[in-house]
Design a protein around this ligand. Structure first.
Ligand code: ATP
Ligand code: MG
Length: 558
C-alpha cells in the first residue's frame, strides 16, 4: 500500500506512533490562556493541532489554560472561540477549562506532599531568587525544604483555606536545587492569589502555576501528542517528572516546534495589549493588528491564513518569516475569489461634453475576469464621471499610459475617451476635465485606428455613491520591531492608516455585505467593514495593495 509521505516532523512522529501501536487514536489540543486575543502565531498553532487531528482522523480539544485569573476575562474566552471557528476548525466536544481540574490538581499536589515530593516554602520572592542560583551556579536548598510531611500537609490546607497573605507561602516541588535545568530547581506548584476567578468565582485563593497545571491537564484529557512551541523544551523534563510522580490517567508526550514570527509584526499578547491600551490602534480587532480578529476585519480570509500556515511549514527552528509571504497568500486567494469593482479614491470630475445630458447607458461587466459563474454587474455610464486625479495630466511623456490632454484612454469596461480641456481653479489646480467619447468603442478599438495606451477606472458621478475608504498599511515600519531590547512603540508606522472620506464607488457596491471582499481595480483588495459598513454609509477597508501594476495583469487591452 502506498504511504503518504509525512509533510513535517510531527506527522512523521505520529505516523510511527500509530504504526507501532503506541497510540490508538491521536488526541491533540489547542491550549490558549484567555489573556488576550489570538494572533497569527496562535493561528499557526491552531492549524498544527487541529490539522494533525484531521490528518490522522483524531480529535482536537480547545482548552483554556486559565490559571492566571487576574489577567483573564470572558471577553477573551469568547473571542478565542469565535476565532477558532472562523479559521474553520471545530473542537472535540465542549470547550474545556483548566479551572475545571482545579480540585484534581490540588489533590495531586497533596499527593506529592504525602510522597515527600513537595513542600511549603516561606521564602519571599527576593530570597527565593537568591536561593535559586544562576545558569552557571547551582541553587541552594530552601531552609524550609525539610519540613515534615505532616507539617506540609497542614500548611497547604491552611494556604487553601486563605489563612496566609499573598506571597507569604508557596508550595514547591522537591526536585533538585543543583540541576543544570533551572526549571527543575524546586519549581513553584501553587501560589496564593486572593482574586476571584472568571470560572470558579471565590472557590480558590491558591492557584496552580502553568507549569504544574499544563501537563496534568493534558494527562486528564488523554492528549497523546502535546504540541507546543520551542520555549517549552526546557520545561519538558519537569512535565515528565510530574507525570512520573503522579497517578495520572495517561501519559502525554510533548513535542516542540518553532514559533512563527512574521517580520514587521509583534506577536506577544503583552505588547499587543499595550497597543490597545495606549490607543495606538482602535482595539484588538483593529485591521492593523496581527490578531485573528484584526486580520478578519482587514479582509484576510481563513483559507489564505491556513494556506500561509501550511506554506511556511512546521519545523524545529525559530525564525523570522517574511510577512510578504502572508501577504502573498492573501493576494493569491483574493485574486482567485474576489469580485472586481471600481472605486475612485481621489476623484476628479470628467464631463463628456458630447454625451447627452440625462442619458444613462447600463453597461454590463463581469464580476471576475476568469470566473463567469460569479456573474455580472451593471455599470451606469453617464455624461459626468469621476476618474482618479492621478490618472490625468495635461502633459506627459510616453511612459504615462493614462489620460493626457489631447490623448485617449479607455475607461474600464466602457468607452475610449479623449481629453479636450482642463478646467482650473484660481490657484491653477485642475478641477475638471472636459473630454469627448469615441463612438462605438465598447469592446472595439477606435475606427480611426488611434488606440488608447491605457485603461483607467471610473465611476458615474450621478449613479455612483460616496464611501469612506480606510487605507491600511503595515503597523510597524521596522522589520523586527521588538527584537532584543528595541522599543517596538518607537517603530510605529505613522502612515498605517489614511482615511479617505470622499471616495466614489460603483453603485453595485453599496449592496456589499459586511466582510465581503473585492478587488477595486488598479487599487487593491478591499473589504466591506464588518461593523461600520451600511448601504447608506458604505465603509471599505483596504486589505492589501495589488502586487502587480494594472499593465502587468494583462487586463488593459480588452
Ligand atoms: P504570548 O507570548 O503572546 O503571550 P503565549 O504562548 O503565552 O503567547 P498561549 O495562549 O499560551 O500564548 O498560547 C497558546 C498556544 O499557542 C501555545 O501552545 C503556544 O505555544 C502557541 N503559540 C503562541 N504563540 C505562538 C507563535 N508565535 N507561533 C506558534 N505558536 C504559538
Ligand atoms: Mg503561554
Amino acid at each position: 500500500m502506498e504511504k503518504t509521505p509525512a509533510s513535517n516532523f510531527l506527522e512523521a512522529i505520529i505516523s510511527e506512533d500509530l504504526a507501532a501501536g503506541r497510540v490508538q487514536a491521536v488526541v491533540t489540543r489547542f491550549p490558549p490562556e484567555p489573556n488576550g486575543y489570538l494572533h497569527i502565531g496562535h493561528a499557526k498553532s491552531i492549524c498544527v493541532n487541529f490539522g494533525l487531528a484531521e490528518t490522522f482522523g483524531g480529535r482536537c480539544n480547545l482548552r483554556f489554560d486559565d490559571t492566571n485569573p487576574e489577567k483573564e476575562s470572558q471577553e477573551y474566552i469568547d473571542s478565542i472561540q469565535a476565532d477558532v471557528r472562523w479559521l474553520g476548525f471545530s473542537w472535540d466536544g465542549e470547550v474545556r477549562f483548566a479551572s475545571s481540574y482545579f480540585q484534581q490538581l490540588y489533590d495531586w499536589a497533596v499527593y506529592l506532599v504525602e510522597q515527600g515530593n513537595a513542600y511549603v516554602c516561606d521564602l519571599d520572592a527576593a530570597q527565593a531568587r537568591e536561593y535559586r542560583g544562576t545558569l552557571t551556579e547551582p541553587g541552594r536548598d530552601s531552609p524550609f525544604r525539610n519540613r515534615s510531611v505532616a507539617e506540609n500537609l497542614g500548611l497547604l490546607a491552611r494556604m487553601k483555606a486563605g489563612e496566609f497573605a499573598e506571597g507569604e507561602k508557596v508550595l514547591r516541588a522537591k526536585i533538585d536545587m543543583a540541576s543544570p535545568n533551572m526549571n527543575m530547581r524546586d519549581p513553584i506548584l501553587y501560589r496564593i492569589r486572593k482574586v476571584p476567578h472568571h470560572q470558579t468565582g471565590d472557590s480558590w485563593v491558591i492557584y496552580p502555576t502553568y507549569d504544574f497545571a499544563h501537563g496534568q491537564e493534558d494527562a486528564i484529557e488523554g492528549i497523546t501528542h502535546s504540541i507546543c512551541t520551542l520555549e517549552f523544551e526546557d520545561h519538558r523534563p519537569l512535565y515528565d517528572w510530574f507525570i512520573e510522580h503522579l497517578p495520572v490517567p495517561s501519559r502525554p508526550r510533548q513535542y516542540e516546534f518553532g514559533r512563527l514570527n512574521p517580520s514587521y509584526t509583534v506577536t506577544s499578547k503583552r505588547k499587543l495589549k499595550q497597543l490597545v491600551d495606549d490607543g495606538v490602534v482602535d482595539g484588538w480587532d483593529d485591521p492593523r493588528m496581527p490578531t485573528v480578529a484584526g486580520m478578519r476585519r482587514r479582509g484576510y480570509t481563513p483559507a489564505a491564513i491556513r494556506k500561509f500556515c501550511q506554506m511556511i511549514g512546521t519545523t524545529r527552528s525559530d525564525g523570522v518569516v517574511d510577512v510578504a509571504m502572508l501577504e502573498f497568500a492573501i493576494r493569491e486567494d483574493l485574486n482567485e475569489n474576489a469580485p472586481r469593482a471600481m472605486c475612485v479614491l481621489n476623484p476628479l470630475k470628467v464631463v463628456l461634453t458630447d454625451y447627452p445630458e440625462g442619458r444613462v447607458e447600463e453597461l454590463v461587466a463581469a464580476r471576475h475576469p476568469t470566473r463567469p459563474e460569479l456573474g455580472e454587474r451593471v455599470l451606469p455610464f453617464t455624461r459626468e464621471l469621476y476618474i482618479d486625479a492621478e490618472d490625468f495630466r495635461e502633459e506627459a511623456n510616453k511612459k504615462y499610459k493614462r489620460l493626457v490632454l489631447g490623448k485617449r484612454v479607455r475607461l474600464r469596461n466602457a468607452y475610449v475617451i479623449e481629453a479636450v480641456e482642463a478646467v482650473k481653479d484660481a490657484a491653477g489646480t485642475v478641477v475638471e476635465v472636459h473630454a469627448r467619447v469615441i463612438a462605438d468603442t465598447i469592446g472595439n478599438d477606435p475606427a480611426d485606428g488611434i488606440k488608447p495606451k491605457g485603461v483607467i477606472q471610473w465611476v458615474s458621478a450621478s449613479s455612483g455613491r460616496q464611501a469612506t475608504v480606510r487605507l491600511y498599511d503595515r503597523l510597524f515600519s521596522h522589520e523586527s520591531p521588538d527584537k532584543g531590547d528595541r522599543d517596538f512603540m518607537a517603530h510605529i508606522n505613522p502612515d498605517s492608516l489614511r482615511v479617505v472620506a470622499g471616495a466614489w464607488i460603483e453603485p453595485a457596491l453599496v449592496q456589499a455585505s459586511p466582510e465581503q471582499g473585492f478587488q477595486f481595480e488598479r487599487e487593491g483588495y478591499f473589504v466591506a467593514d464588518r461593523y461600520d459598513h451600511t448601504e447608506q454609509a458604505p465603509v471599505f477597508n483596504r486589505t492589501i495593495g495589488l502586487r502587480d501594476s494594472w499593465g502587468d495583469q494583462g487586463g488593459a487591452g480588452e
